[in-house]
Design a protein around this ligand. Structure first.
Ligand code: FE2
Length: 267
């Protein structure tokens, strides 16, 4: 008898959204797209709700009102603790300056309630769509790696890096390890474990300005299937609001170009 005979035919479809970064129009477009899909069973976020755009309180409130759970990104945990910087990587002096400007703006703007909600986010969430009483796959949701939410799990990481990560997380063949943080979507299978980077809703860096998220199907018999979705949104509204808010104009350029602008930053 196969281990999954008692749950054969069960399918669960998750929507995974990450790195919204205070971009309310992008979040609204993605939630509308997800809402139009009757087959999505649950939506989770993978962190970095705030930073770089002027709606941190609104984005956190929107997710709370929609009862969408998720994990803490580096931006969430550094803002929640008023840490000295956002834990973001930068490649030159201007990127560093922009990063600090955005972080200071966000720290000054977030309400006590937003900070408390960000501080309460868990580091990791495990999902067992087959119920946990059967040996179906586990979905592990994180922002960075298993130790720090500041570590970039990007597509160029060697198999050995991912294998070590999977082992440290207790993942087994057939499971899925889902991360955000790099703002570039990708999917690889190493030693039978799916590694999925969800990309970014509100600040993509792969040259495509549209908001990105992932549909993850888990089937008792067929295993894990990953679909990357892109959604058009009112990017002009977001760019205009950045300029009007006093945030650096380069952050608006980033949104319009999907990170192809010269001062594109990591986050
Ligand atoms: Fe991010």
């Amino acid at each position: 008898m196969r281990a999954n005979d008692d749950v054969g035919g069960v399918t669960m479809r998750y929507a995974l959204i990450s790195d919204i970064h205070a971009n309310l129009p992008a979040l609204e477009a993605v939630l509308a797209d997800i809402g139009g899909r009757a087959d999505v069973g649950a939506t989770y976020h993978l962190g970095d709700l705030v930073g770089y755009a002027p709606w941190p309180n609104e984005v956190v409130a929107r997710l709370r009102n929609a009862a969408i759970p998720g994990v803490a990104g580096n931006y969430d945990s550094t803002v929640a603790t008023s840490y000295k910087h956002c834990g973001c990587r930068y490649e030159d002096a201007r990127q560093e300056e922009l990063s600090h400007l955005s972080y200071r703006w966000t720290l000054a703007d977030v309400s006590a309630q937003t900070k408390a909600l960000l501080g309460g986010l868990p580091f990791r969430i495990d999902l067992r769509p087959m119920g946990g009483h059967a040996s179906g796959p586990t979905m592990i949701l994180l922002h960075g790696d298993q130790v720090l939410n500041t570590v970039y799990v990007h597509e160029a990481r060697p198999d050995a890096f991912l294998e070590k990560m999977g082992m440290a997380l207790g993942a087994r063949s057939g499971d899925a390890v889902c991360v955000g943080h790099t703002h570039k979507p990708w999917h690889r299978v190493v030693a039978g474990i799916h590694y999925v980077n969800t990309g970014s809703v509100g600040r993509p860096k792969d040259g495509d300005w549209r908001a990105g998220y992932v549909l993850l199907d888990v089937e008792a018999d067929a295993g894990v299937r990953v679909e990357f979705v892109r959604v058009e949104y009112d990017v002009d509204r977001a760019a205009r609001a950045i300029v009007e808010s006093g945030l650096p104009n380069e952050l608006a350029d980033h949104l319009r170009t999907g990170g192809a602008a010269p001062a594109a930053m990591n986050g």
